[in-house]
Ligand binder design. Structure first.
Ligand code: NDP
Length: 305
């Protein structure tokens, strides 16, 4: 059996583990390397702090219809914290008792902490993105002209982070016009004086900023055969390209950027930093302390695929 088997609600129904447990819920979940990442960090913490000796992180395949029951059962079985991935981030937002300020405008939660008041929701994806940009591209969202690709959940989180950190401008491109219009309407009240606009990726406007930071938050690139979410040659020369996708490690967009000598990075660092921030919420240990061991563990887990 795998070191991190895919568990289900049936396993939770007969759960008898005494130690402190954490979990990621998703549907599907078999691709998730979060258990490898978190358990490596917990093992490292346990070496110097006995409090963490019995902590372990599990993964559960939970159908969206079963999320409320899963959250009740997780509490009944003394789970301390939960990560949520597709498709639970938005569904859980409406189900948790309290949502922290950072998650509120995103409309999605990726981390839950049990408290006396019930499950509390957080969103650490924006923090993960900002830290990843700094670490991999030496780039800051503050003061940057950002061209964001996508209008789904990850794009919404990224857009909120860009606006909250004071980007110089935000231009968003998305394949489906309707989804783009909805996202722009949600973001407008947050933008204040920051220029915000949407555009069709097949015909970028001629006055887009040069030296922009391009962030891909679409799923285009998950498959080798996917078309580019945008043609880089149709844009003014960007400063850098960040692709949230980390598996495959090099998407067609990143290949195109590299071939034009544009600095670029994939989303592995974002995965690590959002995870380290979640672990900070559960343990109180600063995210910067656990991120290095998590980075190592994700590389090993991906190489083993
Ligand atoms: P959603 O399903 O919510 O949104 C998907 C987005 O991708 C939509 O804007 C959709 O456009 C667009 N899209 C899908 N297929 C294509 C295509 N073939 N060409 C162009 N656009 C396309 O997904 P998420 O927002 O949750 O995730 C998006 C990506 O971000 C995923 O690849 C995910 O793995 C990655 N991600 C990485 C994280 C990390 O830690 N590194 C964290 C979170 C997400 P349309 O509106 O037209 O359908």
């Amino acid at each position: 059996m795998s070191a991190d088997p895919v568990l289900t609600l049936d396993d939770l129904a007969v759960w008898s583990r005494a130690g402190t447990s954490l979990a990621v819920l998703g549907h599907p979940i078999k691709h998730s390397i979060s258990p490898a990442m978190h358990n490596a960090a917990l093992a490292e913490l346990a070496r110097t702090d006995r409090r963490f000796g019995d902590w372990k992180y599990f993964r559960f395949d939970v159908h969206p219809d079963d999320l409320p029951r899963a959250l009740d059962l997780l509490h009944a079985r003394n789970f301390r914290g939960v990560n949520l991935t597709v498709p639970h981030k938005v569904i859980a937002f409406d189900r948790v008792r309290r949502v922290n300020a950072a998650a509120q405008p995103v409309g999605a939660v990726n981390t839950l902490l049990w408290s006396e008041q019930g499950w509390q929701g957080f969103n650490t994806d924006g923090y993960g993105l900002a830290m990843a940009l700094r670490e991999t591209l030496n780039a800051e969202l503050s003061g940057a002209h950002v061209i964001l690709l996508g209008a789904g959940g990850a794009a919404r989180g990224a857009a909120v982070e860009c606006l909250q950190r004071g980007c110089a401008s935000l231009s968003i491109a998305n394949r489906t016009r309707e989804n783009l219009t909805t996202l722009i309407a949600i973001l407008k009240p947050l933008a204040g004086t920051i220029p915000l606009r949407g555009f069709d990726p097949s015909s970028p406007p001629p006055d887009l900023p040069t030296h922009a930071l391009i962030i891909n938050a679409t799923s285009a690139g998950l498959r080798e055969t996917d078309a580019l979410p945008i043609k880089l040659g149709a844009l003014p020369r960007p400063a850098a390209v960040f692709d949230m996708i980390y598996n495959p490690p090099e998407t067609p967009l990143l290949r195109a950027a590299a071939s034009q000598s544009i600095r670029c990075a994939n989303g592995l660092s974002m995965l690590v930093h959002q995870g380290a921030k979640a672990l900070e919420i559960w343990t109180g240990v600063p995210a910067v302390r656990t991120a290095p061991v998590m980075t190592g563990a994700t590389r090993v887990a991906l190489a083993a695929r």
